[in-house]
Ligand binder design. Structure first.
Ligand code: PMP
Length: 424
């Protein structure tokens, strides 16, 4: 282990992120399970990329068959990618007609932002103050700004909406919603005054990187209306929220707004790099006309075959139904355990995406040390989670979609032991 770590530091450069106090050396995955070099089995409660399960046979077969038949770039006619784009667009409302395929969430968000700038003739971009949408220079300039200005002068961040640590005390839900909308209003006004105006608001539909907050009812729809009123477009980042993660196809169905542009990534290829920017035909063609966009590995027969296999799995195994049922049971189980320890401040989430906020009982402040200890102890017990949120004190639970009731029950048992050991 120490030797492998030393080699990793040399090969990648020290500082490449790594989970857990004692890093995990994985060698194999199958379904919702991962296996380490000693043959120990873990329940994967974290990874959304292998959304239809590790080493999914249908996906593996589609990948191998297509690679053995034909794989080229996209400047030839090929039915596969066309059919995949048609199928993806059809999963949204009628405003979404055409698709630009790419290879990562970063690329797909970059396309979306540039698309919005071309369409509106404006430059300003709105995002939340605790978000992450990718790592290019433009998209990366939206990363976790807090109260700092973005390195990009056309970016404005507004406080992400949440009910657990509300922006102002003693407000009812409707007032809280207004308070957050007022902050968005200030950001819009600031962009207007700067001369950039509003090209787009880019938000994760369920504010995943913000720590999966419970959002005041109506916020997302009202925010979208304000952005459109200012002449901007609304981009839903569904890289984490989409593909049945919440039990619905899209996170925007949960928070209740209608995007102009939808970005998807991570789970689309079950591990094969595959992402998409979907919008109206007019928006997509406006972008294509200005850029002659081409992406070497995207819209290939391989991406299409794998993308189709993933959608087939979700549909034919009714994984949305599974997510809804198991997710509800797991969340209810965790909520029922809130009383077990005052360190459990909040349990929230949608479908198979749940966050447990750990706090210091004395003052309710975020307890990062406890979150880290819980995550490491859960790993020792065979359950892989990680942490999220602005204070990194939220235990993030986000297993592959075929995660079953038996695993949920086993996890709750391990959770009880862990809390009793560390935070009783
Ligand atoms: N959007 C969101 C909401 C994400 O969480 C991430 C990655 N964590 C991205 C975009 C970027 O995706 P990628 O790493 O594929 O570029």
């Amino acid at each position: 282990m120490t030797e492998l770590l030393a080699r990793r530091n040399a090969a990648f450069g020290a500082g490449a992120p790594l989970f857990y106090e004692h890093p995990l050396h994985l060698v194999r995955g199958e379904g919702v399970h991962l296996y380490d070099a000693e043959g120990r089995r873990y329940v994967d409660m974290y990874n959304n990329v292998p959304c239809v399960g590790h080493a999914n046979p249908r996906v593996v077969e589609a990948m191998a068959r297509q690679q053995a038949t034909l794989n080229t770039h996209s400047r030839y006619l090929h039915e596969g990618a066309i059919a995949f784009a048609e199928r993806l667009a059809a999963l949204h409302g009628k405003q979404i007609e055409s698709v630009i395929l790419s290879c990562s969430g970063t690329e797909a968000n970059e396309v979306a932002l540039r698309m919005a700038r071309f369409a509106t003739g404006r430059r300003g971009i709105l995002c939340t103050n605790a978000t992450y949408h990718g790592n290019s220079e433009l998209v990366g300039s939206l990363t976790r700004l807090g109260s700092q200005p973005s390195p990009n002068p056309s970016v404005r961040a507004f406080p992400f909406p949440e009910k657990y640590r509300p922006i102002a005390p003693n407000l009812n839900e409707a007032q809280l919603c207004e308070a957050y909308l007022a902050e968005l209003g200030k950001a819009i006004e600031d962009l207007r005054r700067s001369g950039d105006g509003v090209a787009a608001m880019l938000i994760c539909s369920i504010f995943a990187n913000e720590g999966l907050p419970d959002v005041p009812a109506g916020f997302a729809a009202r925010a979208a209306a304000m952005v459109r009123e200012a002449g901007g477009l609304v981009i839903a980042d569904e890289v984490q929220a989409g593909y049945a993660r919440t039990g619905k196809w899209w996170g925007y169905e949960v928070t209740g707004f209608t995007p102009d542009i939808v970005v998807t990534g991570k789970p689309m290829g079950n591990g094969l790099p595959l992402a998409a920017t979907a919008a109206s035909r007019a928006l997509v063609e406006g972008f294509r006309a200005r850029t002659r966009y081409f992406n070497t590995f995207a819209a290939s027969p391989l991406q299409a075959a794998v993308g189709m296999a993933v959608l087939d799995e979700i549909e034919q195994r009714d994984l949305r139904g599974n997510v809804t049922a198991v997710g509800a049971a797991l969340k209810a189980g965790l909520q029922a355990r809130r009383g077990a320890s005052e360190a459990i401040g909040d349990v929230r989430g949608h479908g198979l995406f749940i966050g447990v906020e750990l706090v210091r009982p004395a003052d309710g402040s975020p307890d990062v040390e406890l979150a880290k200890a819980v995550i490491n102890r859960l790993k020792e017990k065979g359950f892989l989670t990680s942490n999220a949120g602005i204070f990194a004190n939220v235990v993030k639970i986000r297993p592959p979609l075929p995660f079953g009731m038996a695993e949920a029950e086993a996890f709750l048992g391990a959770w009880d032991e862990t809390i009793a050991e560390l935070a009783a």
